[in-house]
Write a protein that binds this ligand. Structure first.
Ligand code: FEO
Length: 395
């Protein structure tokens, strides 16, 4: 069932309450999600994006109940990732000659995934526009690397709607669609998680793109994302947040991440947390066992932090795989301007702190000198070093 967004613009997407993870199993989803697609019925009938492949039949059937599919003048594909393009093959079987407006890179991603080079692609770049009648136009803005090379946004003049695709989205299921109907805490928690885990590596580009769009001075009444809420109440609030998040964002918070074999390294983690709290009572401290806690939610806390401390015992002349795998992910997200400290227990050879130090430096962190390298179980001398770490991270 289509839902009204504004005038002749409707939502025709999927509210996906069952989604538990995204990007395979790489992104945990705790509040469902939406795949937002839009139908514009001006003098021209335009479909903007589709939904994920498992919902393809449902999507095409629902769309066919709303309109004669042959009446669709063209489709806009803002981004070729399959959560938005997944219903294209089924749809194009029904309307094979319909033009698809997208970037040159989206022709590559769509053709690579669906193997239909014969589709009627119309390549667009920033500033290109197409009339849709009633004095309104769609204007295209390339959003390269936000977050794929093929990404773009589409701006509708007259109604002042920015169809932003992934940018400004969240994984958050909401039948009521609009941000003023959302649970505010959940909305912002999901928005920052989405930014930290997906967009953070491209922060310099986010900043530049926002400045570029602001310079155009376009009136924006609605930001119609492809995931989560449609921003209609003060839509620029999410743009302002993205601008803030894109500039080496940090709060007065320190996050401690560890795994432990026989609880020695866990005791060090807790002691470091207490020392931080003693030295800097206003600093928020968060402590996570990386093997037991959601890795994406930990990343959101790292995003908020000015510093982290990472601990692992030595095992097999190395570190625990839970910590090693997590640091791979940490590197991928390209955090900047954050300090890190290392700690860990060992029985025999004791390489873990050296390895942690190297791996965190390689991930872009400024690794401070004090560390705790503790032989067997910690005692007073080991615990006393926690205050050195706390001081170095709080400075
Ligand atoms: Fe929501 Fe990049 O796909």
């Amino acid at each position: 069932m289509k839902k009204l967004i504004k005038n002749n613009v409707y939502w025709v997407g999927k509210v996906d309450w069952e989604l538990e993870s995204f990007h395979g199993s790489d992104f945990s989803v705790n509040h469902g999600s939406t795949q937002n697609a839009y139908l514009i019925q001006e003098e021209k009938t335009v479909l903007i994006d589709t939904v994920w492949r498992p919902h393809s039949t449902e999507f095409v059937d629902n769309l066919a109940k709303e309109i004669d599919l042959d009446k669709i003048d063209f489709i806009v594909v803002n981004h070729g990732e399959v959560d938005h393009s997944g219903a294209l093959p089924d749809l194009m079987e029904r309307i094979p000659d319909t033009p698809i407006y997208c970037t040159a890179n989206a022709v590559k991603s769509l053709t690579g995934q669906f193997h239909h080079p014969e589709w009627n692609f119309r390549v667009v770049k920033t500033g290109d526009s197409v009339d849709i009648g009633n004095g309104k136009k769609l204007v295209f803005v390339e959003m390269r690397m936000l977050h794929w090379p093929d990404s773009m946004a589409t701006y509708m003049t007259g109604d002042n709607i920015l169809f932003s695709n992934d940018a400004f989205g969240q994984h958050y299921a909401l039948e009521e669609l609009f941000n003023d109907k959302a649970d505010t805490c959940t909305l912002w928690e999901e928005a920052i998680k989405y930014y930290a885990n997906i967009l953070n590596p491209y922060s310099p580009l986010v900043k530049k793109k926002i400045e570029e769009i602001q310079a155009l001075n376009l009136p924006i009444d609605i930001i119609a994302t492809s995931h989560g809420v449609i921003w209609r109440d003060n839509p620029l609030q999410i743009v302002e947040k993205y601008y803030e998040w894109s500039q080496d964002y940090q709060e007065d918070q320190i996050t401690i991440v560890y795994d432990t074999m026989w609880e020695g390294t866990m005791q060090l983690a807790h002691k470091i947390g207490k020392e931080i709290s003693k030295i800097s009572p206003d600093t928020k401290v968060k402590i996570f066992n990386v093997a037991r806690y959601d890795k994406n939610d930990i990343m959101t806390e790292v995003f908020r932090s000015k510093a982290i401390a990472v601990g692992s015992p030595t095992v097999g002349n190395s570190i625990l795989s839970s910590v090693g795998g997590w640091i791979d992910f940490l590197k991928e997200l390209r955090f900047k301007n954050k300090k890190a400290a290392v700690f860990g227990c060992y029985g025999w050879s004791g390489e873990s702190t050296k390895i942690l130090r190297e791996r965190l430096a390689d991930a872009g962190f400024l690794v401070v000198e004090p560390e705790i390298r503790c032989n067997w179980n910690p005692e007073e001398d080991d615990f006393s070093k926690a205050s050195d770490i706390a001081r170095a991270l709080c400075e």
